[in-house]
Design a protein around this ligand. Structure first.
Ligand code: NAP
Length: 486
């Protein structure tokens, strides 16, 4: 048998690349990153749709150890974010650790050998430690609309944009009005002949405080030590304060809701259209979106907003429940991702043959969102309960990177083969999460990718990000079973 790798990481997005960099810097040499695609980037490689950008400013949406001072604007477009991640992978020498075109189909823990056996499209590998950095938004969800396959025109998901499709003058249907759609719609409304937007639930969209950085600002950031850190700290504090509205004082949301209504009134003069754009659920239940050009795009003469539910697709049209046919040459599915399945469709088998999908049947759970009872030496990045509605996910990932390093260092010091989180520790964390999530705005009456089909919120962290950083500062040995081969 080939010598087992020290650490195998699944996925080369921000989570996996950041983990590989931290391991490299901590002196772990035999680290392999398995990536199913032909390049790195995760969600920032997949989402190349027109208008793609992050809704957290890049001074904060970037690694703390690699400050870039020449972002072109506060919310730079997707190619700049992808280029930044590629730069990090090159600079810290982890690009050569990535095995491209290698999809993991499953992994099982061999208790006798204390190893993970990882099945991939390129053969089997073994590793002492397995880190799953697959993200929550990597599997596009296509809605089960009757007749979807009967549509004869061009159709694609927002995360698989067909750049060969020429939308100029075409009749385009966009299904969905989430974070991706509000960025896509203003861009394609300019070129489509007719654009029909199918809205199932209206989003809350507020102003986007975006602007290009001036040359002198970039020069200042590069020349004066501390200015970048100051900008980052300012943005962090501002974004973190939003957690107060989500978790502590929901009444604070009313202030933002008033701002929303004022902006909507200014941007959509037609009262009938405006009425259809007001959400019927409390603000914050779904992600609050930012855009300056979404509502103006909806008022264009070539754009129509349809709120009647979609009944089916035919060869050349979207048919709504009222029987109306909306002819289309192109259908764009901006319908989100299978987010609550986490590691599916990979089959992960732990100690005693337990299957992760079975263990998570009632909803995914992991201690601190990172370790799962029954699955030794498996670490999840951006796992259950670690998504945010208010701040940068990179901050959460960096907390997780440090926690994983802490676990590996503890194992090394004590000469352990593997560690496994105790069932009681995981259950206590899960109870705490569910208690704290209970009554939050995410549980209110709306559909969202934060919830399982049964309405259980499994994706979000119900607290401040600095509290998560504190909780993950170092692993507590009392939370783990440890195993050493005699
Ligand atoms: P999403 O927020 O889950 O939105 C999916 C949209 O499709 C919703 O409007 C949903 O309606 C609609 N939909 C789903 N199934 C449908 C059906 N059968 N019929 C009609 N409509 C249907 O997905 P997303 O926009 O791709 O965004 C996902 C997440 O990715 C975001 O929340 C965010 O975390 C991240 N993201 C971030 C950015 C950014 O940083 N700017 C950009 C894009 C994505 P309902 O609301 O009624 O369910």
């Amino acid at each position: 048998m080939a010598t087992p790798h020290n650490v195998v990481i699944i996925g080369a997005g921000f989570g996996g690349i950041g983990m590989a960099i931290r391991l490299e810097r901590a002196g772990y040499r035999d680290v392999v990153v398995l990536e199913k695609a032909g390049s790195i980037g995760g969600t920032w490689r997949d989402n190349t749709y027109p208008g793609a950008a992050c809704d957290v400013p890049s001074h904060l949406y970037s690694f703390s150890f690699e400050k870039r001072t020449d972002w072109t604007r506060r919310f730079p477009p997707q190619p700049e974010i992808l280029e930044y991640l590629e730069h990090c992978a090159r600079k810290y020498g982890v690009l050569e650790r990535v095995r491209f075109g290698t999809e993991v189909t499953g992994a099982s823990f061999d208790e006798a050998a204390g190893l993970w056996r990882i099945a991939t499209t390129g053969g089997e590998l073994t590793a002492r430690v397995l880190v799953a950095a697959c993200g929550q938004l990597n599997r596009p969800a296509l809605p089960p609309i009757p007749g979807r396959d009967a549509f004869a025109g061009t159709s694609f998901h927002s995360a698989r944009w067909d750049h060969g499709a020429d939308l100029r003058g075409k009749r385009v249907a966009v299904i969905g009005t989430g974070a991706s759609a509000v960025q896509i719609i203003p861009e394609i409304a300019r070129e489509a002949g007719a654009l029909t937007v199918f809205q199932r639930s209206a989003p809350y969209v507020i102003a986007k405080p975006d602007r290009p950085y001036r040359d002198w600002e970039k020069a200042l950031l590069a020349a004066v030590p501390g200015t970048h850190a100051l900008s980052r700290a300012k943005t962090y504090t501002l974004y973190e304060s939003r957690a107060l509205g989500f978790i502590k004082y929901p009444k604070l949301m009313r202030v933002v809701e008033r701002q929303f209504r004022k902006e909507l009134a200014a941007r959509v003069p037609d009262p009938a259209l405006r009425a259809r754009l007001v959400p019927d659920y409390p603000m914050g239940c779904k992600r609050i979106l930012i855009s300056d050009d979404y509502y103006p795009a909806l008022t264009r003469p070539n754009v129509e907003v349809v709120t009647e539910p979609i009944a089916r697709l035919t060869e050349g049209a979207v048919v709504t429940a009222d029987g109306a046919e909306h002819p289309a040459d192109v259908v764009v599915y901006a319908t989100g991702f299978a987010s609550t399945d986490f590691l599916a469709p990979m089959r992960i088998t732990g100690r005693g043959g337990r299957d992760l999908n079975d263990a998570w049947r009632g909803g995914a759970a992991a201690h601190l969102g990172i370790t799962v009872h029954g699955f030794p030496n498996l670490f999840l990045l951006y796992g259950p309960y670690t998504n945010l509605g208010h701040n940068s996910i990179i901050y959460m990932l960096e907390s997780q990177h440090r926690y994983v390093l802490g676990c590996l260092a503890a194992m090394r010091r004590a000469g352990l083969d593997w560690i496994e989180v105790r069932a009681e520790a995981q259950a206590a964390f899960d109870r705490d999460m569910q208690d704290r999530l209970h009554g939050t705005v995410w549980e209110a009456g709306c559909t969202s990718w934060y919830k399982t089909e049964n309405g259980k919120v499994t994706n979000n962290w119900p607290g401040f990000t600095f509290a998560y950083r504190n909780a993950t500062r170092r692993p507590d040995p009392r939370d783990f079973h440890a195993h050493r081969t005699p």
